[in-house]
Design a protein around this ligand. Structure first.
Ligand SMILES: C[S@@+](CC[C@H](N)C(=O)[O-])C[C@H]1O[C@@H](n2cnc3c(N)ncnc32)[C@H](O)[C@@H]1O
Length: 289
């Protein structure tokens, strides 16, 4: 079990996300993408982590690996590690489109919410945005849905809202299964981070269809853009979204941590330097189609 100390938090805060939460966009370049393979620490770590992951998953077939690892595994987490992960992931999970959520939203759903750390960041973001812009008349209801009951338990234990006008609720459900209980366009916005990358094409199709069906205005997606054992990177998520009435407004490819030619920047070395995409999509008006 990995341990986090104060220095680890300090290192993450030196990444400068507090002053610019979109720093990862300017840090990325095609040249750096190639250069990372000349970084010996990164290369060693890449090999080590892939072996470790395959061993931990304990199966050889990709589908089974991901089913067991993500959807069924019991994964308890304490507050300190949860907070570290929240800070760490803020590099590649950016508040893209969140200003629109804060301005025009009264309900949001996080599909495949895991331990709820992205919801915690959304609560903090919206609360701060309302304060800065003197929006005193708003309320926001956030739902988190995940297929893994243990993740939902973590989220229920850890997520907090210090703003009485921002409430949240968590439930266990399969987004790619029979369909969720919500009526069409029930939520103003949807978010989904790190989920599509573990779904095969059939499940991804069902997931995106359901996400678009229940969402009225806009969708934020963060997704791994490279092959990891068992994963399904997708360059063409815009086509998947367009088939379901949404158009991509912004898309950014970023590294999973700040690029450094010699070292890994994450003090905990949780992952190799991977590529991620951040997408903000909006529903196309029927008249515009
Ligand atoms: C890599 S984790 C990401 C969790 C979280 N969104 C985050 O950013 O940390 C993928 C999550 O998707 C959930 N998941 C996978 N398939 C799902 C489905 N069909 N319906 C709901 N949740 C699903 C898994 O249980 C897991 O918690």
């Amino acid at each position: 079990m990995w341990k986090v100390d104060d220095d680890d938090f300090k290192k993450i805060s030196s990444w400068g996300l507090e002053s610019n939460p979109f720093r990862a966009i300017e840090d990325f370049s095609e040249r750096k993408k190639e250069l990372r393979w000349l970084n010996p620490e990164h290369r060693d770590h890449y090999v080590r982590i892939i072996h470790k992951r395959l061993k931990k998953m304990g199966k050889t077939k990709d589908e089974e690996v991901f089913d067991n690892y993500y959807k069924k595994a019991e994964v308890p987490i304490d507050r300190r590690r949860w907070e570290y992960l929240m800070a760490r992931k803020s590099w590649f999970i950016m508040p893209l489109g969140w200003e629109t959520i804060a301005k025009y939203g009264s309900s949001v759903i996080d599909l495949g919410c895991g331990d709820g750390d992205t919801i915690q960041r959304l609560i903090n973001y919206v609360s701060e945005y309302w304060k800065m812009n003197c929006h005193n008349d708003r309320t926001l209801k956030i739902y988190g849905i995940d297929i893994n009951a243990s993740r939902i338990q973590n989220a229920k234990k850890l997520v907090r809202s210090s703003n009485a006008k921002i409430s949240f609720d968590f439930r266990t459900a399969d987004v790619a299964g029979e369909g969720l209980e919500f009526k069409d366009q029930y939520f103003d916005f949807a978010i989904s981070t790190g989920v599509l990358e573990i779904l095969d094409d059939e499940s991804c199709d069902e997931f995106i269809r359901e996400m678009c069906r229940i969402t009225k205005k806009g969708i934020y997606i963060e997704d791994l853009l490279e092959k990891f054992p068992g994963g399904f990177p997708r360059e063409n998520l815009n086509e998947w979204l367009e088939r379901n009435g949404f158009i991509v407004i912004n898309r950014y490819v970023v590294f999973s941590e700040p690029f450094d030619v010699d070292h890994l920047s994450d003090p905990q070395k949780l992952w190799p330097i991977m590529l991620d995409q951040n997408i903000w999509a909006e529903r196309v008006d029927k008249e515009r189609r």
